[in-house]
Ligand binder design. Structure first.
Ligand SMILES: Cc1cc2nc3c(=O)[nH]c(=O)nc-3n(C[C@H](O)[C@H](O)[C@H](O)COP(=O)(O)OP(=O)(O)OC[C@H]3O[C@@H](n4cnc5c(N)ncnc54)[C@H](O)[C@@H]3O)c2cc1C
Length: 507
């Protein structure tokens, strides 16, 4: 058993920024981060566009950013939360800069602000098209400098330990030794990110399997808004299953056009903002165009843009296109929508507290009320920064309240059990991804959702039994978690009957 004061599950922007602050504030307390892959592997690392923050109040204002967020959220945002997150942005940006993160500036020394879909102003602070990498590098450096933070990579959190509605820690699998460790913690913070791999076609890296949300659900936390899934309109098209390279929204902000194979600039037919309509509208429009034409992808046309400026702003995108034989000066970039972001998740209050005592959540696995039915581009890094700070501020003033419980936690019951074949896991996972794409994708139908529900319930029972009777491995647990998340998405999609934001159901 390992005891720690703060157990943080996940090493993206949400988990790491909380760790830095709490470790600084309490140098004598133990902060432990467990993370299931390499420490830097996270959705955070792949963020391209940047962070939406009002830095120039001559052109922009908090009110404009608030309004844009509310419009995008389609009437379902928590207005108070939106105000808090938007107005705290500049302070969180200053912290990142003080830790060493670099953001692009203009010749005059102001932030070089990008524009993305749904934003009425240029307000996206960025580091070229590698903002996430710059942030992850900076905060991991900071974490490694703190003597009271331990980072345990390749440690997969299996389940929370709860009793009488309070969280006492978690069971964690050391993926290198196959040992299951019992962590006893005063406070546990879930910062496990998104769910992309449930859909197979996604911009998320393979760590995004919804583990934290599934764990919280099993522990009886409240999970909400799972039907609101954002599909990014423009992932680079290829025929393989798995993570897709993102062609940032900022490329459309920079002036690129979306065209069908025949050259039709179709977004003009759907929305007066054309390519800069919000993501749900662009994704749904592409989905419709593809269903009409039977084509596999649409195209982003950058041929009319200033190449030198493009290469300066988007060097990674330029190189990636070149590597697959797309010369953006002459060729259109083939793109398709892919799962990108989950708006819902573990319900937290304005301090990041879940419904379970001593359990907190922040970042993409949480549901704060900021996004409502749809996330405004580049609001998610901002949300993670603001809510990890909220949890930090709350815990600075909070002493542990433990109910009268037996403090001795029992270890995970191990025993000699057979190993499940990896072929089985791969087979069910592939079928699950196809089911989610076909039955719970960009546009949904009740009949498909009901069929999906039946299949998911069947898999849920099957995999639960297999988990009990076989040796625990992270792949099996990820599958179990993904099925749980699939169930939550499908069931919450069946209940919702009004199309809102990223949710579209036709019957
Ligand atoms: C390609 C791409 C581009 C994006 N661009 C932008 C952008 O420009 N602006 C913006 O605001 N947002 C962007 N986003 C979204 C944004 O990056 C994420 O929402 C945000 O980084 C989430 O941070 P997080 O800390 O919550 O989770 P993550 O950064 O995903 O970190 C989750 C961590 O949890 C760990 N973990 C998960 N499960 C377990 C487990 N069972 N046990 C142990 N550890 C576990 C993971 O290994 C990882 O370390 C983008 C996302 C992608 C994929």
């Amino acid at each position: 058993m390992i005891t720690t004061n703060y157990l943080i599950i996940g090493s993206g922007v949400a988990g790491l920024t909380f760790a830095i602050k709490i470790a600084d504030c309490f140098p004598n307390k133990k902060v432990t981060i467990v993370t299931k892959s390499n420490a830097d592997e996270s959705n955070t690392k792949y963020a391209q566009g940047g962070i939406a923050i009002v830095t120039d109040e001559t052109e922009d204002s908090y009110q404009k950013h608030i309004d844009d967020t509310l419009i995008c959220g389609d009437g379902l945002c928590d207005v108070e939360v939106v105000k808090i997150v938007v107005t705290e942005g500049p302070k969180r940006l200053k912290e990142l800069i003080a830790w060493g993160a670099k953001f692009d500036k203009t010749a005059k020394g102001n932030f070089d602000l990008g524009k993305e879909g749904g934003h009425s102003q240029n307000r996206v602070v960025h580091h070229k098209d590698q903002t996430g990498q710059e942030i992850e590098r900076t905060i991991l450096d900071q974490v490694h400098q703190k003597g009271n933070i331990t980072v345990l990579d390749h440690h997969f959190a299996l389940d929370l330990i709860t009793e009488d509605n309070q969280c006492l820690g978690a069971f964690v699998l050391n993926q290198k030794t196959n040992e299951i460790i019992t962590f006893q913690s005063d406070f546990t913070i879930l910062a496990t990110g998104g769910i992309g791999h449930l859909y197979g076609h996604t911009t998320n890296p393979i760590i995004a399997t919804g583990d934290g949300i599934a764990m919280a659900f099993r522990a009886n936390a409240t999970i909400k808004d799972m039907e609101f899934i954002q599909f990014h309109p423009t992932a680079l098209y290829d025929t393989s299953i798995g993570s897709k390279f993102l062609i940032s929204e900022a490329v459309r902000g920079f002036g690129a056009y979306l065209r069908t194979k025949n050259g039709n600039r179709f977004m003009l037919d759907y929305d007066k903002r054309a390519e800069l309509a919000s993501r749900d509208i662009v994704s749904q429009s592409i989905d419709l165009e593809l269903k009409k034409s039977g084509d596999e992808c649409v195209y982003l046309d950058c041929t009319h843009l200033d190449l030198e400026a493009f290469m300066k702003h988007f060097p990674m995108i330029y190189e990636r296109c070149k590597s697959i034989g797309v010369d953006i000066t002459k060729d259109w970039i083939p793109v398709v929508p892919a799962q990108h972001y989950l708006c819902g998740g573990i319900v937290v209050d304005k301090n990041g507290k879940t419904a379970i005592d001593n359990l907190f959540a922040c970042g993409e696995c949480s549901r704060t009320g900021l996004h409502g039915a749809n996330r405004l581009a580049s609001n998610s890094l901002l949300e993670a920064l603001v809510y990890s700070d909220k949890i930090y501020n709350y815990l600075v003033d909070t002493t542990l309240k433990k109910k009268d419980l037996n403090p001795i936690l029992s270890d995970w019951k191990l025993g000699k059990k057979p190993k499940i074949s990896s072929d089985y896991i791969v087979k069910i996972k592939t079928e699950l991804q196809l089911l989610m794409r076909q039955n719970a994708g960009i546009v949904r139908y009740d009949s498909d959702l009901l069929k999906a529900k039946e299949k998911l319930m069947q898999w849920q029972d099957e995999v639960k039994t297999i988990s009990k009777n076989n040796e625990i491995c992270s792949e099996l647990y990820e599958l179990y978690n993904m099925i749980t998340i699939g169930n939550l998405i499908v069931q919450q999609s069946i209940i919702r009957n009004e199309n809102k934001g990223s949710f579209k159901k036709n019957n």
